[in-house]
Design a protein around this ligand. Structure first.
Ligand code: AMP
Ligand code: ZN
Length: 455
């Protein structure tokens, strides 16, 4: 037993010793985590058949299956996946509000919507069992990364429709962590709570974690002094270089967390202690990588669009959902012992790809170059405009606090070097605007990195 926290005689005893290994095993879905590759495949075959039969109860899928002459009972093996139709974001929009619901209203205990900013959102429904399974996925993700029930967890993302808040919250509680549901924004309060309650694990978007760090640095405070052990960062794309920069500033380990509302939210894929790709929970999701143009399967290990099918969801199964996220599957065995295959860090979304003067560029390629430099801060903005009928790209990036030594000449030459380095990466010359630390719009959730003002 270890007392972690004492104040005015109040002692909170938080220990891993108070739950049995069996109970822990159940809470985190230990039987699924420990599956062999053969067991996973066997389970997937049965679960896919169940999922398709369940989906067929919804008005949307029953009509779609009928139109293609598909009998759900023909789906017997995971290998039958390609017989099934793809589902797009547009299909989800068309089925709004509830054409994909498969259960009676009284069985639904929660809904979420995706973060789309225009038009109708996509609504996702959950039964009690769905919420339980999701919490289990999150709990095992956190456990696998090294979080334990005696950790204090601060959730720094929005609660509400956004799935990152409640998703992590339920998972962390299920693991038995001490949960602080601080929510998005109010940076000063976050810092205070982390200090006062000796927070060891945080969850945030990478851009918000960076913002908090830079706020502290501006105020002459040291993020390392917070003593945070690990950070679960996700909900938006970020690079290895961004991870490294955050780790250098805070002195914590960053674990990549991937998910999307359509597949519950976080808890789809998560890094283990090795932090070399995210284990995708294959008992709950059947993954394919396709070529987004031909819609045919990508070659083994090739980058393509991730397509996911829910295997354990009741209220709203989704079949072959086109995520638009570009990644590849890492099939090599992970030394952590987990046989669920891994997803490589997302390259970006196919709809985030910028075409500038005919060249394809992902914002992540630009971030990669910027984050290599210690003299630059962590916030940047890519601006696209048209001048003399030509695309122009301006990258605005903050200078790190105290990096300016008063010499404009030095700064100009650093900017010149950066411009060259960026050109080598993206193939054309972008304008670079160096701005003061803290001057670009800060993000509390998903950062908006690109402003496209081309006609
Ligand atoms: P939403 O459903 O609105 O929460 O958004 C989900 C989307 O966020 C995914 O489809 C990805 O594009 C993005 N996303 C979430 N987590 C990550 C991550 N770890 N790395 C890259 N992109 C992510
Ligand atoms: Zn692993």
């Amino acid at each position: 037993m270890n007392a972690k926290y004492t104040i005015d005689g109040f002692i909170h005893i938080h220990t891993t010793g108070d739950i049995s290994m069996n109970e822990l095993h159940d809470r985190i879905g230990g039987r699924f985590m420990a599956m062999s590759t053969d067991e996973i495949r066997e389970w997937q075959s049965q679960a896919l058949a169940r999922s398709v039969a369940q989906a067929a109860k919804s008005p949307f899928y029953s009509e779609r299956f009928k139109n293609m002459g598909l009998d759900p009972s023909d789906i017997k093996s995971w290998e039958d996946i390609t017989k099934l139709p793809l589902t797009s974001k547009e299909d989800l929009r068309l089925s709004y509000p509830a054409q994909m619901l498969t259960v009676d209203q009284e069985q639904v205990i929660r809904m979420h919507t995706s973060s789309g900013t225009t038009g109708k959102p996509t609504a996702i429904f959950h039964t009690r069992e769905d919420i339980d399974n999701w919490a289990e996925l999150m709990a095992r993700s956190l456990y696998q990364a090294g979080a334990r029930s005696n950790d204090v967890f601060q959730n720094m993302t929005g609660y509400g429709m956004f799935t990152g808040g409640l998703g992590l919250h339920y998972g962390a509680e299920r693991l038995g962590m001490w949960v602080i549901p601080a929510g998005a924004g109010n940076t000063a309060r976050h810092i205070m709570l982390i200090r006062d309650f000796h927070v060891t694990v945080i969850h945030a978007t990478p851009s918000y974690a960076m913002h908090v760090a830079e706020r502290m640095l501006q105020e002459g405070d040291d993020p390392k002094s917070l003593g945070i052990k690990m950070a679960v960062l996700g909900a938006e794309p970020y690079t290895e270089e961004m991870r490294q920069k955050l780790q250098d500033i805070y002195g914590f380990k960053v674990f990549n967390s991937y998910g999307l509302s359509e597949m519950n939210g976080p808890g789809v894929a998560f890094e283990c202690e090795n932090r070399n790709g995210m284990h995708l929970w294959e008992d709950s999701y059947l993954a394919e990588i396709i070529n987004p143009d031909t819609l045919q399967p990508a070659g083994e290990g090739e980058v393509g669009e991730l397509v996911l099918t829910t295997l354990r969801r009741t209220a709203m199964p989704i079949i072959r959902y086109r995520t638009r996220d570009l990644t590849r599957i890492i099939a090599d065995k992970c030394s952590c012992g987990c046989n669920h295959r891994r997803l490589a860090r997302m390259v970006g979304r196919s709809d985030d790809m910028l075409i500038v003067r005919g060249v394809n560029v992902f914002p992540s390629q630009i971030e990669e170059v910027l984050m290599r430099h210690k003299w630059l801060g962590g916030n940047y903005l890519i601006n696209l405009s048209t001048a003399a009928a030509l695309d122009q790209m301006t990258v605005k990036v903050e200078i790190a606090k105290d990096a300016f030594d008063g010499s404009l000449d030095t700064l100009r030459s650093k900017r010149g070097e950066l411009q060259k380095e960026l050109k080598e990466q993206i193939g054309f010359t972008a304008q670079i605007e160096l701005v003061e630390s803290g001057s670009l719009p800060a993000s509390e959730g998903k950062a908006k990195r690109v402003i496209d003002e081309r006609g």
